[in-house]
Write a protein of this length. Structure first.
Length: 183
């Protein structure tokens, strides 16, 4: 079990790091990663509004782009995103160093810089706005917002992960297929 605070599978292979957490809702924040179930996602969207809806939508589009098990990204959001066994998590306000087999995405240039994943003078390139850390499986991405992480940029990210992390993708696919078989 991890000591991070967030939502999703307690043993994730894909970890997205956010610089802040959603507004307080009935869901309990603990010192661990807690899977979502039932209408938890809808409660988070209701409490966090459009801002958090965009974050969850983009995360679902990413998952569906990497491994399209559901008919569309909306189904992926409703059925797989941040569920127990789905191999993905969203953690808040902390430095995350991936364990072997994990891929970490850090949301936002400023947050990536504050965590030390980007040098103080390093910026995300305009055309290809993703920076892979040279020693860790960490990618700093634009913030999960439609203006910063458009569908076109998201497709670039999916292709980058597929081409630079094929072994991770194979493990993620295997874990996710196991999850899908059990629901």
């Amino acid at each position: 079990m991890l000591t991070a605070t967030g939502f999703g599978d307690p043993s994730p292979l894909l970890v997205v790091c956010a610089p802040h957490r959603p507004p307080s809702v009935e869901l309990e924040y603990s010192k661990s990663i807690s899977p979502l179930s039932g209408d938890d996602l809808h409660q988070l969207i209701q409490a966090g509004g459009n801002h958090w809806r965009k974050i969850f939508n983009l995360y679902a589009k990413l998952l569906h782009g990497l491994l399209p098990l559901e008919p569309d990204w909306k189904s992926c959001r409703e059925q797989r995103l941040l569920r127990s066994g789905a191999a993905c998590a969203l953690v808040f306000e902390q430095l995350w160093t991936p364990k072997p087999g994990q891929l970490c995405l850090v949301m936002g240039q400023t947050y990536g810089r504050s965590l030390g994943w980007l040098a103080s003078d390093q910026v995300l390139p305009a055309e290809h706005p993703f920076v892979q850390h040279p020693e860790q499986t960490v990618i700093v991405t634009p913030y999960f917002d439609y203006r910063q992480l458009s569908n076109a940029r998201l497709a670039i990210l999916v292709n980058q992960i597929r081409s630079h992390h094929p072994h991770w993708l194979a493990a993620f696919s295997e874990r996710t297929h196991q999850y899908s078989a059990n629901i």
